[in-house]
Design a protein around this ligand. Structure first.
Ligand SMILES: Cc1cc2nc3c(=O)[nH]c(=O)nc-3n(C[C@H](O)[C@H](O)[C@H](O)COP(=O)(O)OP(=O)(O)OC[C@H]3O[C@@H](n4cnc5c(N)ncnc54)[C@H](O)[C@@H]3O)c2cc1C
Length: 465
């Protein structure tokens, strides 16, 4: 028995499933996709074409070997598209589905065995004789040799400062992608967060409620920087910088080196230097002790996130235009409390002055980014894995402990054979592992590793639901 279960129906699950369909011959590949449209996940389920990719079209793909180019696919929908464009995320969602569909057709022709389940996986139990039993839906159990967890980030938990009354009022929205649930036009919308998700939320809110006043609040009140319209020249001394960073001991000397490179590179845009660190990010992160990672998270994360995860130029223009028109105000403040019913009362402490003030908002949207604190979340599957000692929470709450190749580390401290993760659960280990370029490379490596690991029985072709 060497079946594989891929759990999670987002882009990472799609990449892992498609790669396994192409290479895995030793058993059935089961894809447990949950109740959403398979392949799209959180990022690519949006129907709002103001929600743009933050990677140029030429950088987007699902599989390591591109079956069909995303640019060609997008051109068929949008007309002429350039590789340097930042396209609507919806189009990439369509592309993922088309790509997985093509892999399914090819797998059928090859007689490969697979099944897709539009249900959640609720439990993964270790079997005494090796491998795992996976419970899908209420009743069905699958016996598999390997499990790939591609479950993305956790569902948002309310901030600790939000009262029960506020949560119950219906005026506090935990899911920034569900503004459509609010039918009455609010006079003021307050978005907690100023990252990429907050930007999309504000653009949707501005369109949906043209008369609403918009407020965005985060500790530093810093928007993501924007991408340049065209790709940038690379920094001539990038390799030397990356090597020097690898030799650094600690976060502060690393930041000093990067700053010195900004000063040195008078001919080069600073964004090119940040992008040039990409191949090194995981390695640099892995070299930091937990104490130093904590330091980075406390002191440098906010500026790293804004510099590294930049927004498309059109999104930046739209946000700055809203500010110039006086419709959008951004505050650097800490949210001390959200209370009341409708309107909600939001208590803030302004960063610069430490003054405490109150703001009323008819709708408050929490857009605070990825939550991977599995020990505090209420996800049934992850909680069960932690309880059974098959997974261990990362000490900085950045997902689960894992080896460099994504194999989970169990409570015994040993690698958990056959149990792998891909995507945001691995942030503790890899730090930057949530964007498509990293996801598709990881999915490809994992599929090759699993395909090479063992070849045993061969089962019949499964039926699509
Ligand atoms: C708003 C946004 C914009 C982004 N834009 C870009 C971009 O432009 N370019 C880029 O490269 N990256 C982008 N990213 C990064 C993005 O995280 C990845 O590209 C990718 O979408 C991550 O997919 P995922 O499958 O890991 O997670 P998710 O999209 O979260 O998918 C996980 C899926 O697993 C399902 N699931 C969870 N638990 C279970 C279970 N027990 N059983 C079954 N199913 C389960 C969930 O319901 C969900 O559908 C963006 C991310 C966000 C949030």
């Amino acid at each position: 028995m060497a079946d594989i279960a891929v759990i999670g129906g987002g882009a990472a699950g799609a990449a892992a499933f498609g790669e396994l369909l192409a290479s895995y011959e030793a058993g059935t590949v089961h894809w447990i996709v949950g109740q959403q449209a398979p392949g799209r996940g959180v990022a690519y389920a949006t129907k709002d074409d103001r929600h743009l990719l933050n990677v140029r079209a030429s950088g987007m793909g699902v599989f390591a070997e591109h079956g069909e180019d995303f640019i060609q696919h997008a051109s068929r929908q949008l007309g002429q598209v350039k590789g340097t464009d930042f396209l609507p995320r919806r189009i990439f969602g369509d592309f993922i589905q088309a790509q997985v569909g093509a892999r399914i057709d090819a797998a059928r022709r090859l007689g490969r065995s697979f099944r897709i389940y539009p249900e959640n996986a609720h439990e993964v139990l270790a079997r005494g004789e090796g491998g795992y039993a996976v419970r899908v839906g209420e009743q069905r159990w699958l016996d598999v040799g390997h499990v790939v967890l591609a479950v993305g980030a956790l569902a948002q938990r309310p901030l600790r400062t939000v009262s029960h009354a506020a949560l119950e009022s219906g005026a506090y929205e935990l899911d920034p992608w569900r503004l459509d649930r609010h039918v009455h036009a609010p006079r003021r919308v307050l978005v907690i967060g100023t990252g990429l998700t907050a930007v999309d939320t504000l653009l949707s809110a501005a369109e949906r409620w043209p008369h609403a006043e918009l407020v965005a609040v985060s500790r530093h009140g810093l928007w993501p920087f924007t991408h340049s319209a065209l790709p940038l020249a690379t920094y001539a001394r990038q390799q030397a910088l990356n090597e020097a960073l690898l030799a650094c001991d600690g976060v502060a000397p690393m930041l000093r080196l990067v700053r010195a490179a900004f000063d040195d590179a008078t001919e080069t845009d600073w964004r090119s230097i940040v992008d040039g660190l990409r191949p090194m990010n995981a390695l640099l992160w892995q070299r930091l002790s937990h104490a130093r990672r904590r330091q980075f998270l406390q002191h440098a994360r906010w500026v790293w996130e804004a510099s590294r995860h930049r927004m498309a130029p059109a999104s930046g223009q739209a946000i700055h235009q809203l500010e110039e028109e006086g419709r959008l105000q951004v505050l650097a403040a800490r949210v001390l409390e959200v209370d009341g019913t409708a309107p909600l009362q939001v208590t803030l402490r302004e960063r610069a002055t430490q003054l405490v003030s109150k703001l009323e908002a008819d709708l408050v949207v929490q857009a605070t980014g990825l939550d991977t604190a599995v020990a505090y979340g209420a996800d049934p599957l992850l909680s069960q894995l932690l309880r059974d000692g098959l997974a261990v929470a990362d000490p900085l709450q950045l997902g689960v402990l894992a080896q460099a190749d994504g194999q989970l580390v169990g409570a015994s401290g040993a690698p958990q054979p056959g149990l792998h993760a891909i995507g945001s659960l691995l942030r503790g280990n890899l730090w930057e592992c949530t964007a498509m370029p990293e996801i598709r490379a990881t999915a490809h490596r994992l599929a090759l590793q699993l395909s090479a690991s063992r070849a045993t029985s061969y089962e019949d072709v499964g039926e699509l639901p």
